[in-house]
Design a protein around this ligand. Structure first.
Ligand SMILES: [Zn+2]
Length: 46
């Protein structure tokens, strides 16, 4: 098998959205709402 498995987004923990402190929710900027990211992206560094 190739390394194509995905992992839960670290920002939204797989929900696809993040809770806002002031209330409500917003589409996760880390996974764009998919709730999952590819491993290679998850370990990317600046
Ligand atoms: Zn996310």
């Amino acid at each position: 098998m190739k390394h194509t498995e995905q992992t839960a987004c670290p920002y939204c923990e797989g929900h696809g959205y993040v809770q806002l402190l002031l209330g409500g929710s917003e589409t996760c900027y880390g996974c764009l709402g998919t709730g999952a990211v590819q491993k290679e992206q998850a370990v990317s560094k600046n």
